[in-house]
Design a protein around this ligand. Structure first.
Ligand SMILES: Nc1ncnc2c1ncn2[C@@H]1O[C@H](COP(=O)(O)OP(=O)(O)OP(=O)(O)O)[C@@H](O)[C@H]1O
Ligand SMILES: [Mg+2]
Length: 248
């Protein structure tokens, strides 16, 4: 089984001149393709920082990070841009949709970043952008809202659109940082069902949450306290990853 994430003694120090904050103090973990992992822990314990380091939104200070078996210290900016665009999807607590463009255009956005990656159209990919956007919206049951503006959607619907955007390039891994944090329990549950469904289809999911009922959807729970993993528990047998994703 592919070890999709493997990290050893990762540290992250935020240096703001006057103060130094040690947000991560030696994190080691392995995550296998197809896993659904929840990261829990108190506020300020380093959960978001860990997600940002693992998804290349932030640089680690020290330690080793192997992504899909490759040492990330050898990755240049072009490689990182490619991974962020093609292999990783990120879902934020506050949705981060662009307010001035439609649902359709929000989901289409990552397809337009080929300025950096030059490879948005995957080998053998025959689908048009329109088909891919509609497919992604369908997978979160939002295809009927393609012409809406984000302001016309409920919180749960916004998050489902954000998930569609994260999915559009059929990434191997989806990182979700408190995706249900701004939602009522019913919409939160819908979002969790979407993530569960994606995991069943082969996507690796790494989720940060405060809520134990949200973490129960995962197969494994990491507890992080004060920048360190203090507990790593498999809560149920997880499916092995299929190589085919949903949007192919
Ligand atoms: N850009 C930054 N500059 C300086 N310090 C930071 C920065 N980002 C995070 N920190 C600090 O690093 C520590 C870990 O923050 P992080 O956001 O990872 O916590 P968290 O576990 O996600 O918390 P929460 O549950 O509240 O979202 C905190 O002490 C925080 O203040
Ligand atoms: Mg956080």
């Amino acid at each position: 089984m592919e070890n999709i994430i493997s990290c050893k003694n990762i540290t992250k120090v935020f240096d703001t001149g006057e103060t130094q904050t040690r947000a991560l103090r030696g994190v080691s973990c392995n995550i296998t393709a197809g896993e659904f992992v929840a990261i829990m822990g108190p506020s300020g314990s380093g959960k978001s920082t860990l997600m940002h380091v693992l998804s290349f939104l932030e640089q680690k200070t020290e330690g080793e990070y192997f992504f899909r078996g490759k040492d990330t210290k050898d990755f240049n900016e072009a490689k990182l841009a490619y991974i962020r665009n093609q292999e990783i999807g990120f879902v934020f607590q506050s949705f981060n949709l662009m307010q001035r463009v439609s649902v359709f255009e929000n989901v289409e956005l990552p397809l337009l970043y080929d300025f950096y990656t030059k490879t948005t159209q995957k080998k053998g990919e025959k689908k048009t952008n329109k088909e891919r956007v509609i497919n992604a919206l369908r997978s979160v049951s939002m295809e009927h809202r393609e012409h809406h503006m984000p302001s016309q959607l409920s919180g749960g619907e916004k998050q489902r659109v954000a998930i569609a955007r994260a999915l559009i390039n059929n990434p191997k891994i989806i990182f979700a940082d408190e995706p249900t944090g701004n939602l009522d329990s019913k919409s939160g549950l819908q979002v969790m069902h979407v993530l569960e469904d994606l995991n069943k289809k082969g996507h690796t999911i790494i989720l940060v949450t405060h809520e134990s009922r949200t973490a129960e959807h995962a197969g494994r729970i990491l507890q992080i306290v004060d920048g360190k993993i203090v507990e790593d528990v498999i809560v149920r047998n997880q499916r092995s990853a299929k190589t085919d994703g949903i949007l192919k």
